[in-house]
Design a protein around this ligand. Sequence first.
Ligand SMILES: C[S@@+](CC[C@H](N)C(=O)[O-])C[C@H]1O[C@@H](n2cnc3c(N)ncnc32)[C@H](O)[C@@H]1O
Length: 258
Amino acid sequence: MNKNTLIVVGSGIKFMSHLTIESKACIEKSDKVLYLVNEPAMQSWIEQANKSAESLDFLYTKHKARHDNYLLIAEYIFDNLKKYETLCVVMYGHPTVFAQPALYATNMAIQNGYNAVIMPGISSEDCLYADLRIDPGSCGCQSFEATDFIIYRRVYDSSSHLILWQSSVIGVLNQPGYHDPLNGLAILVEYLSEKYSLDHEIVVYEAAQYPGFKPKIDKVLLRALAQTKIGRIATLYVPPNKQPIPDLVMLEKIKKIT
Ligand SMILES: C[S@@+](CC[C@H](N)C(=O)[O-])C[C@H]1O[C@@H](n2cnc3c(N)ncnc32)[C@H](O)[C@@H]1O
């Protein structure tokens, strides 16, 4: 067992307000801090909180393919783990929710006999539940990366909540360059229209990133989604369009045990 420890923390979505006491202490006390956050205030707080702090941004655009950069970041984290007794990696939101590099690095660390721990953070999905007043337990909730959702024709149940991430970059596998998000949204509309009416209301959601600010909650009809400019940080929420039908055989089985 190697004695060095990797601590992966999430900074949450709203500047400072979502940072847990535990994560804050790890950032302040670790021998080395690496970070990948998406807004400048958090970046400067981390830089001040720990003088060793280093942004991972320079690796984010190194290769053309996004996935190659994720691996590069994971390897960079792992190389640093060999050098520092405590290495803290900060990702925004929850550190392993739609954030592959930290998860890759954690697995690498564990496979190589290092200590590694992941501390949860408040993700944009958590903010969405609060701002849209949704309980994922009420009828189930499915959450997909938008490109993955389309490419694999993910099977989903339209009687449950549906959350689609990264809908502004559908089909964008490379870094960064110009692309028109509306092209991807048109394909998404086509796929969603197999289960929802074109008059079904979709929410384009952006959680507030700063205290005192309100979230952006824009309701658009499915038919209009492909003409809607959605921000890079937006997540789509598709409400259920029907009631589920119980399976009578299962219902009978459940009745017998209660
Ligand atoms: C690379 S993922 C990072 C997610 C982050 N780790 C989290 O826990 O929320 C980026 C995606 O997260 C979602 N996202 C990030 N910030 C958001 C915000 N402020 N409001 C709504 N969704 C957000 C969007 O779907 C965006 O495309």
